[in-house]
Design a protein around this ligand. Structure first.
Ligand code: NAD
Length: 347
């Protein structure tokens, strides 16, 4: 599809491109929607096969950020940046300094319309370099920065799971409920700990044996193979590893009442949201559920305050209940309702 047609389809927005001859920096900033405030979103620095592929990736991701920020009631629009990682840029070589300084100057030239943060292929150290050139950066290593987003993401997912349990089972505790957690990484591990502390039973899987062993030892979790997790008898399935895990193959294996996890883009296609509904499975829309990390980093904008971050993340419970109630009222899939709520706000 032609780029302008793609932009029209995603309802963009602005695209800004930089090419810095001295450092070899080739980057794109995509600002999808600025209605609610300056755009917020991470910077990916990975190899791309072509500038076209980089452009489409950044546009798709920026749109996702608009939806995540708006459903979380943040005063921010959605943005994202990508850097086409050149072969000469190593993970920690001396060339990184000038490279990210040039990128910082580019961010600064946008005058605060875009607030950059860390993402795949960039580090807190890179954010520190960017911060030496512009103040429009979040999540650096500075003393007043927000730190690791993952515990906030996990806490928000837990709150969303509690809302789903309240809606589905009319109860306000997790005691004895079984949660199947797929992926015990930064978020999955913290989520498993929180659920264990609330009295839930855990079934877990990961490709890393040591992560499984830790969950078994610390939380008394039951371990299953990576392909078995979809078919286990549980109340809740919490995908915390990969996208597109709700697809034609897996959906018919599910024996749960609720799907609620941290992964981005859990539905392989939007129609899988309808299929979950038809199967009587309550789906907690991923971008509303996993926004805790974004809420935490965004609170740096007005001066970081951990209590405020926690309070706003706690409110994911209410956001989720609002989506479930409206979906029931309109007899529509929850993923469609979440999108509709956002579009009513931003357009
Ligand atoms: P992570 O890389 O730390 O953890 C992912 C875990 O999944 C790892 O332990 C990995 O070994 C495991 N895994 C990989 N393939 C697997 C498979 N086939 N089956 C089972 N386990 C597998 O990532 P994370 O930061 O914990 O994020 C988890 C998901 O949540 C990702 O999709 C991410 O995009 C999303 N997310 C994370 C955050 C955050 O704050 N970190 C915020 C929003 C969304």
């Amino acid at each position: 599809m032609d780029l302008m047609t793609y932009a029209e389809q995603l309802r963009f927005g602005e695209l800004h491109i930089v090419h810095d001859e001295k450092t070899g920096l080739k980057g794109i900033v995509a600002l999808h929607n600025l209605k609610l405030g300056p755009a917020i979103g991470g910077c990916r620095c990975i190899p791309y096969p072509s500038s076209d592929a980089a452009m489409r990736d950044v546009m798709r991701l920026a749109r996702g950020m608009t939806y995540k920020a708006a459903i979380s009631k943040l005063p921010h629009g959605g943005g994202k940046s990508v850097i086409m990682r050149p072969a000469h840029l190593t993970a920690d070589g001396p060339e990184r300094q000038a490279f990210f300084e040039a990128f910082g100057d580019f961010i600064d030239s946008l005058g605060g319309k875009y607030l950059v943060a860390e993402d795949s292929g960039t580090s807190i150290g890179d954010m520190d370099i960017i911060r030496s050139r512009t103040r429009h950066v979040l999540g650096s290593g500075a003393a007043d920065a927000s730190g690791d987003p993952s515990p906030f993401t996990a806490y928000g997912v837990r709150r969303g799971i509690e809302a789903a349990v309240h809606f589905r089972y009319k109860r306000d505790d997790m005691e004895g409920l079984t949660v199947a957690v797929q992926g015990l990484g930064n978020v999955g591990y913290h989520l498993a700990r929180e659920l264990h502390e609330l009295g839930a039973k855990l079934i877990v899987t990961d490709v890393r044996t040591e992560a499984i062993e830790r969950a078994v030892a610390e939380f008394g979790a039951t371990a299953v193979g990576i392909d078995e997790i979809y078919g286990v008898e549980a109340d809740i399935f919490a995908p915390c590893a990969l996208g597109a895990v709700i697809n034609d193959d897996t959906i018919k294996q599910l024996k749960v009442d609720i799907v609620a996890g941290a992964s981005n883009n859990q539905l392989a296609e939007d129609r899988h949201g309808l299929e979950l509904k038809e199967r009587g499975i309550l789906y907690a829309p991923d971008y509303a559920l996993n926004a805790g990390g974004l809420i935490n980093v965004a609170s740096e904008f007005e001066g970081y305050n951990v209590e405020k971050s926690r309070k706003l993340t706690t409110a994911i419970y209410d956001t989720m209940l609002g989506i479930f109630d409206r979906a029931m009222g309109e007899d529509a899939p929850t993923n469609e309702i979440a999108d509709r709520i956002v579009e009513e706000i931003i357009y």
